[in-house]
Design a protein around this ligand. Structure first.
Ligand SMILES: [Zn+2]
Length: 86
């Protein structure tokens, strides 16, 4: 036992909401909690610094990424319109 982090959940919360935070779509309270967390959590600060790291972090948190789902439905739509043209 190295450290009693017990903070994995808020790390995942921060990673989950990183896009919202970066795009200013977060409520004031949530943004405050977000800033408080990354100020205290080095790994999340690193993640927040690098938007590109989000997907890696999401994998670490075992979360489902929303984007591929959207991409998938778009591809399905494209496929459907392609088929209806043919
Ligand atoms: Zn964290």
């Amino acid at each position: 036992m190295t450290q009693s982090a017990g903070d994995e959940e808020s790390c995942c919360w921060v990673i989950d909401h990183l896009q919202e935070f970066l795009h200013g779509e977060m409520s004031q309270d949530d943004a405050d909690a977000f800033r408080r967390h990354i100020a205290a959590c080095e790994s999340c600060m690193d993640e927040a610094d690098m938007e590109a790291a989000v997907s890696r972090a999401l994998k670490r948190c075992n979360r489902t990424v929303a984007a591929p789902l959207q991409l998938r439905s778009r591809l399905i739509q494209m496929h459907v319109s392609y088929r209806s043209q043919a």
